[in-house]
Design a protein around this ligand. Structure first.
Ligand SMILES: Cc1cc2nc3c(=O)[nH]c(=O)nc-3n(C[C@H](O)[C@H](O)[C@H](O)COP(=O)(O)OP(=O)(O)OC[C@H]3O[C@@H](n4cnc5c(N)ncnc54)[C@H](O)[C@@H]3O)c2cc1C
Length: 413
C-alpha cells in the first residue's frame, strides 16, 4: 500500500495489542495506519498456546483476576473496568469466534487454532477500515518539544496526531519482538525496567534428563534450593530434552531466576508429595507381597510410566531392576523409596528469550495514565501490551492484557 497523507492514529506493531488498538480506534471513525515490520500480522499470536491460543482466562471476578498481575494489580482496575474478560469473550463471539474453557479457567477458541484468532483480528481490522503497512520497520520517533510528530521508516517519515506503541517485549525475537521500542521509550524520557526472560523453561545440567524428554510428572512437588533459600511448588512438570517445562515450571521461573543470581540451584522432585516415607515403604511391601514373582522394574509399572521408572532406577545398578521385590536388601528398598521422594537435579539457568513466553521489564506503569493507556511524558503517545512492565503467570493472562490495554488505548486516543 502507499502511504497517503496524515493519519489520526498510527499504531506500531501488528500483534494482538496493536491490532485490538487499531481496530477499536478505527471503529470510532478515526483514520488509522498500522505498521508491522513482518510481512504478516500476528506472527507470535499465531503460535500461542502450542498453536491453540489460550486467548484469555475465564475469571470473571475482576478482583480475583487482577490478583494474578502482582504489583500491577492496582493499576489495572481502571482499564479492566472498561474492557474485562467478559468483554473479550463477547468481542470474539461477535466476530464469529466461539470460545471454550478448560482447566484452570483457560479459554481457547473452539476451533483450537491460534491462526483462527489472528485471522479474526485481521478481518476486524479490514471491517473497520484500518490501513495496514507490512514489511516496514519503524526506526524511531520524531519529536518536537513534548509531542511526537512522526515515525521514521525506510519509506520516509510518517505522521499522525497520535501514536500507539504496541511493538511487544523481547521473547521469541524471531517473531519480530526485538525490544527496540523500549530503547525509544528511554530516549523519550520514560522509566523502563530491565528486560528479562520470564515464563521460561529451566535448563538442567544432568544428561539423564534428556533421555526422559516428553515425560510428564503429574501431581509432584519440586523444591528449588540455593544456599539457605528455598522455593517449593506442587503440580505437573514436563521434562524436555534440555530440562524442565510445563505451567508449574514457567510460573515459578521468575523466583528460580532470583535464586540463580547466587549460583546453580538444586531442584528436588518428590513423586509422592502427599505421602511420607513410612507409608510408601508399607505400600511397596504390600505391592511385592501381592506380586511375589515380579521384578522391581515390573512392580514399578504398577505406579509409574516406563520413562519415570527409568528416572527412579537411574542411580541404581542394573541388577536392582531385575531383582524380585521381596529379594531386595532392606537398605536398597529404603534407598528406592528415598529416591522417589528426592530426585535431584541441577538447574544451571533458564532457556533465555528464545524460549520465554514473555519477557518481564518494560515501561513503568507510573508513567502511564491507565484510564487511557496514555503516556504521562508525551501526551500523544499510548502504550499497550508487552511493552508494559507487568508480571503475570501463564494461563491466558498475557493476551487478556493485550485485549484490554489495546481496546482502552483505541477507545481513548
Ligand atoms: C510461544 C509462545 C506462546 C504463548 N502463548 C500464550 C498463550 O497461550 N496465552 C497468552 O495469554 N499469552 C501467550 N503468549 C504471550 C503472548 O503471545 C504475548 O504476551 C503477546 O503476543 C504480546 O502481544 P503484543 O501485541 O504486545 O506484542 P507482540 O505479539 O510481540 O507483537 C509486537 C509486534 O510488533 C512488531 N514490531 C516490533 N518492532 C517493530 C518495529 N520497529 N516496527 C514495526 N513493527 C515492529 C513485531 O514484529 C510484532 O509483530 C505466548 C508467547 C509465546 C512466545
Amino acid at each position: 500500500m502507499s502511504i497517503n497523507g496524515h493519519y489520526d492514529v498510527l499504531v506500531i506493531g501488528g500483534g494482538p495489542a496493536g491490532m485490538m488498538a487499531a481496530g477499536t480506534a478505527a471503529a470510532r471513525g478515526l483514520r488509522v495506519l498500522l505498521i508491522e515490520k513482518n510481512d504478516v500480522l500476528g506472527r507470535k499470536l499465531s503460535m500461542t498456546g502450542g498453536g491453540r491460543c489460550n486467548i484469555t482466562n475465564a475469571e470473571y471476578d475482576v478482583r480475583a483476576l487482577l490478583h494474578h498481575y502482582g504489583e500491577a494489580e492496582q493499576f489495572l482496575f481502571a482499564p479492566f473496568a472498561q474492557f474485562s474478560v467478559a468483554d473479550t469473550v463477547t468481542f470474539f463471539e461477535n466476530e464469529g469466534m466461539a470460545l471454550k474453557v478448560e482447566d484452570r479457567k483457560r479459554a481457547f477458541p473452539k476451533s483450537e487454532s491460534a491462526q483462527d484468532v489472528t485471522d479474526t483480528m485481521i478481518r476486524f481490522l479490514r471491517k473497520q477500515g484500518v490501513e495496514v503497512l507490512l514489511s516496514t520497520a519503524v526506526e524511531g520517533f520524531v519529536t518536537e518539544q513534548a509531542r511526537i510528530t512522526g515515525v521514521v521508516t525506510e519509506k520516509g517519515v510518517i505522521r499522525a496526531n497520535a501514536y500507539i506503541l504496541a511493538c511487544g517485549g523481547r521473547s521469541h525475537a524471531h517473531t519480530g519482538s526485538t525490544g527496540e521500542g523500549l530503547s525509544w521509550l528511554e530516549e523519550l524520557g520514560h522509566t523502563t525496567h530491565d528486560s528479562n526472560p520470564n515464563l521460561v523453561p529451566l535448563l538442567v545440567e544432568e544428561v539423564w534428563v534428556r533421555k526422559l524428554s516428553g515425560t510428564t510428572l503429574s501431581n509432584v512437588s519440586i523444591q528449588f534450593a540455593q544456599g539457605t533459600q528455598r522455593v517449593k511448588k506442587n503440580g505437573n512438570i514436563l521434562i524436555t530434552h534440555f530440562g524442565l517445562s510445563g505451567p508449574l515450571i514457567l510460573n515459578v521461573a521468575h523466583e528460580v531466576k532470583q535464586l540463580l543470581v547466587h549460583g546453580a540451584v538444586t531442584a528436588t522432585i518428590d513423586l509422592f508429595p502427599e505421602e511420607d516415607i513410612g507409608s510408601l515403604r508399607t505400600r511397596f511391601q504390600e505391592l511385592y507381597e501381592a506380586h511375589p514373582n515380579k521384578t522391581v522394574e515390573n512392580l514399578l509399572k504398577e505406579w509409574f510410566s516406563k520413562k519415570v521408572i527409568e528416572m527412579v532406577l537411574y542411580p541404581f545398578p542394573v541388577e536392582v531392576r531385575r531383582t524380585k521385590g521381596h529379594a531386595l536388601l532392606r537398605d536398597v528398598r529404603h534407598q528406592l523409596i528415598e529416591r522417589m521422594k528426592h530426585i535431584t537435579c541441577t538447574i544451571s539457568g533458564t532457556m533465555g528469550y528464545d524460549w520465554a513466553i514473555v519477557s518481564d521489564g518494560g515501561v513503568d506503569l507510573r508513567d502511564i495514565d491507565t484510564r487511557t493507556m496514555q503516556s504521562t511524558v508525551h501526551q500523544n503517545l499510548y502504550l499497550v501490551g508487552d511493552v508494559l512492565h507487568i508480571n503475570r503467570p501463564s494461563g491466558g493472562y498475557s493476551l487478556q492484557l493485550c485485549w484490554t490495554t489495546g481496546w482502552v488505548a483505541g477507545n481513548s486516543v
